[in-house]
Design a protein around this ligand. Structure first.
Ligand code: SF4
Length: 363
């Protein structure tokens, strides 16, 4: 498939400067200072002879076709399949990472295949996916590749979706999101203490990314918070987070509360009880948010989209599967005609099982 090992490994990075004998990566707020021969926190950005190299360019850990509800995005072309892929490494250090075999992997150990941007888009077309999702680890760290794939996808009418922690600098975000149509941002908690101790990052840059996305771009934005028992699931914290979303981002921004399972460096906590998610959803709805969901559990009521005007269930779901759909071609409630926030195409709704189809490594 026309791969060039050396070209991909030696892909020069963007968004960096030199500082003495070190390079400073300015892609994410961590701004790693990297000595010659060393890598940044995310493993894949390296100083090679005084230049910053992006070593993951074109090297994916594998492809799958997911329901878009799995990202999760519930108000962006519901019921459609999305070609999903990621690479090794991550720019956050979440102790609870639910995907750590990829995010904490070194490139050489992640069985990465090498695929050109054209090949990714061609794969999406072959799999009849109207969108591509950059997911599994954080797409910020291989932004150069994301941009190159997304540009081609946009030119062929395929949408681009990011699943990210939103930890990106002001300098880089405009270019990263130029061809992006929708994003799910992990807002991992609503305290700086949690961000600092449990994710090794800071909350303010994430809030700033969210404000920018909602108010200064056309990128459809949804938010996910993984609720961890005893750490970020108190009534006060859920209410503070929801109130902030409602007042600073708007009532139409969907929020997903999802269930944690013990993993990686956090095996001393129990899985999130379904009742915790139900409680969080109730609190968020009380703040006025119109589209609040639960995830990683079977809860038809909590996974359903309701019309904010008449209360009718316009999209009923069970896990990632669509059970019923009552939104017209103009994106309005079929019952009362109220516009439902988001992007909808009734002709593309596949009422499938909502299951993943793994394609594996593409050669
Ligand atoms: S993208 Fe990677 S190398 Fe760059 S600042 Fe963030 S963690 Fe460091």
């Amino acid at each position: 498939m026309g791969r060039d090992n050396k070209a991909s490994i030696n892909h020069e990075a963007r968004w960096w400067r030199t500082d003495g004998d070190r390079v400073v990566c300015e892609l994410c707020p961590r701004t790693c200072e990297i000595g010659d021969g060393q890598s940044g926190f995310c493993f894949i950005r390296k100083n090679e002879g005084g230049r910053l190299i992006q070593a993951a360019y074109g090297r994916s850990t594998g492809f799958a076709v997911d329901p878009i509800e799995k990202k999760p995005l519930n108000n962006f072309y519901p019921g459609t399949p999305v070609l999903s892929f990621g690479t090794a490494g991550c720019n956050l250090g979440c102790k609870f990472c639910q995907n750590w075999s990829i995010s904490k992997a070194r490139l050489d150990n992640a069985m990465s295949s090498e695929v050109s941007p054209d090949e990714v888009v061609a794969l999406a077309e072959r799999q009849r996916c109207p969108a591509i999702a950059y997911t599994y680890n954080d797409p910020v760290i291989w932004a150069e590749y994301v941009i190159d794939v997304a540009r081609i996808a946009r030119s062929r009418g395929i949408k681009n979706v990011l699943v990210t922690a939103g930890y990106v600098t002001e300098r880089a975000r405009g270019e990263l999101y130029e061809f992006v149509d929708a994003v799910n941002v992990d807002l991992k908690a609503f305290t700086e203490e949690f961000y600092r101790k449990t994710t090794l990052s800071h909350i303010e840059p994430v809030k700033e990314t969210l404000r920018w996305l909602v108010h200064e771009t056309n990128v459809w934005t949804e938010i996910t918070t993984l609720l961890i028992p005893g750490l970020n699931d108190s009534d006060d914290e859920v209410r503070a987070l929801s109130t902030w979303v409602a007042s600073e981002l708007g009532l139409d921004v969907p929020v997903h509360f999802t269930a944690f399972h013990p993993d990686f460096k956090m095996t001393d906590r129990p899985p999130t009880p379904a009742a915790t998610l139900t409680r969080a959803r109730r609190i968020a709805c009380e703040t006025g948010l119109r589209y609040v969901y639960v995830g990683n559990v079977h809860d038809i009521e909590g996974e359903t989209t309701y019309c904010p005007a008449c209360g009718v269930a316009v999209i009923e779901r069970d896990w990632h599967a669509i059970l019923s759909y009552r939104i017209d071609a103009a994106g309005r409630c079929a019952g009362c005609g109220k516009a439902i926030a988001g992007h909808f195409d009734p002709n593309q709704v596949h009422r499938t099982s909502g299951r993943r189809h793994i394609l594996g490594l593409v050669h």
